[in-house]
Design a protein around this ligand. Structure first.
Ligand SMILES: [Zn+2]
Length: 432
């Protein structure tokens, strides 16, 4: 039998209608895709191949064995130079160990990281996320992976509420131009869903993000960082002003909107409104969407946030407040349903939970462990990844809506994830 093309299988699978069907219907197809991707990565990604060799996993291995060769997410931040823009050759050689199709390009050193990423984007799209160390997680996406990433997020996003969101005006408290994943993907998705998108900021450069997240080592870095911190504060208050004027316009026109921003920006915006004794009640079926998890000010609970959202914008949660769970290294949005706010797992990804020794936990009832996933949408890099998040999955599904399949109930960051099992092995592989 002639094998169906990978893209046709993905085309068939990554559709919003499928989120309403039983995941069992797609189980075999998903397994087929995962084993195909395993063979593909085995042939093409040198990091993946080495891990398979070390773990004794052959090219013909079955899905049940593949948990042994999942990459720990830190692999994607293990580049060998602190400043990729100054040593592009070194950085690209590192990237080539991970990627399924090596880049044969020479990029000259740059003074700015953003300029370096811009130059590289004619060959590969590097999006990044950042922790608190100034070190980025870089994910290389080719055109096809990028396309399926956007499609996968957009299909899940439309499935949350319905097709009517396609006619809504999206107001995004985000920069128009950035490689930061949590800003890049919402903008792409909004543009894919609706023709009417307003983006409130122009650009956030990678250099600014790095300077803000990296602990300053020298006096001059300290000065620079405090100036950037000051600029950040000014930018935030500008953003809130713009947000106010756009939302006010929509309310005056009785225009239904999708308002997207990070939780802290939304919180600051609503707080300002309430302090001023104002209320901008969002019209009709308008929705507030937040991303990046509930990273609020110290001492502020999600219940308080929801209360504020209602007071300031007339938005009840979870019916009209949606919080997606996603990450830079994954082409999937775990979307929260409006019925109960539970985060559902789309049928085009296989998730699993791992114990302390990185062995799979059983898939029934309610389990808590380290989240890992097989993401067959990743074609330019191995998409079998172990995250640094500790989550609780309810395999019995959502109690609030009729969609089937597992739901993610609780998400925490694992405090220390140093030195376990395959993390050590990978350190060795990438450190050579
Ligand atoms: Zn649900």
């Amino acid at each position: 039998m002639k094998q169906l093309k990978l893209t046709s299988l993905l085309d068939y699978l990554v559709r919003k209608e499928n989120l309403w069907k039983s995941p069992e219907k797609f189980e075999l197809l998903l397994e087929e895709l995962i084993t195909r991707m395993h063979r593909f990565y085995y042939d093409r990604s040198s990091v993946y191949r080495k891990l398979c060799d070390l773990e004794g996993v052959s090219q013909t291995a079955r899905v049940d064995d593949l948990y042994k060769v999942m990459l720990i997410d830190r692999v994607f931040k293990s580049y060998p130079t602190e400043y990729p823009e100054r040593e592009p050759g070194k950085f690209i050689a590192w990237l080539n160990k991970i990627m399924t199709k090596p880049l044969r390009v020479t990029v000259t050193p740059k003074r700015s990281l953003q300029k370096f990423l811009d130059d590289l984007s004619q060959y590969i799209w590097l999006s990044y996320s950042s922790g608190t160390t100034g070190r980025f997680t870089f994910i290389p996406r080719d055109e096809q992976t990028k396309e399926f990433c956007i499609r996968s997020f957009a299909e899940a996003a439309v499935a949350i509420s319905g097709d009517y969101v396609r006619n809504m005006h999206f107001i995004l408290a985000l920069p128009r131009k950035t490689h930061l994943f949590i800003s890049w993907i919402p903008k792409e998705v909004a543009e894919r869903i609706s023709g009417k998108v307003t983006v409130l900021l122009n650009e956030i450069s990678a250099d600014i993000v790095r300077a803000r997240t990296k602990p300053p080592a020298t006096f001059s870095e300290k000065v620079k960082s405090s100036i950037i911190g000051l600029l950040g504060g000014i930018m935030k208050s500008k953003l809130i002003k713009k947000l106010y004027s756009e939302v006010e316009k929509a309310v005056a026109k009785r225009e239904e909107i999708i308002l997207f921003g990070s939780m802290p920006v939304m919180y600051a915006f609503c707080k300002k409104l309430v302090e001023r004794g104002e209320r901008l009640e969002l019209p009709g079926r308008s929705i507030v969407v937040t991303g990046g998890g509930f990273k609020l000010e110290k001492g502020v609970s999600i219940e308080q946030f929801n209360k504020l959202l209602y007071e300031a914008l007339g938005i009840p949660a979870p019916e009209r407040h949606v919080d997606g769970y996603g990450m830079c290294e994954c082409n999937i949005l775990f979307y929260s349903c409006v019925e109960g706010g539970e985060k559902h797992v789309p049928p085009w990804v296989k998730v699993l939970l791992l114990d302390e020794e990185l062995r799979p936990l059983p898939e029934y009832g309610r389990q808590t462990g380290r989240l890992a996933f097989f993401d067959p949408l990743a074609q330019s890099y191995p998409g079998f990844i172990i995250t640094g998040d500790k989550v609780t999955i309810n395999w019995n599904g959502c109690s609030k809506c009729s969609r089937e399949g597992p739901v993610i109930e609780k998400i925490e960051r694992i405090k220390s994830e140093e030195g376990r099992g395959c993390a050590l092995v990978l350190g060795k592989i990438l450190g050579e």
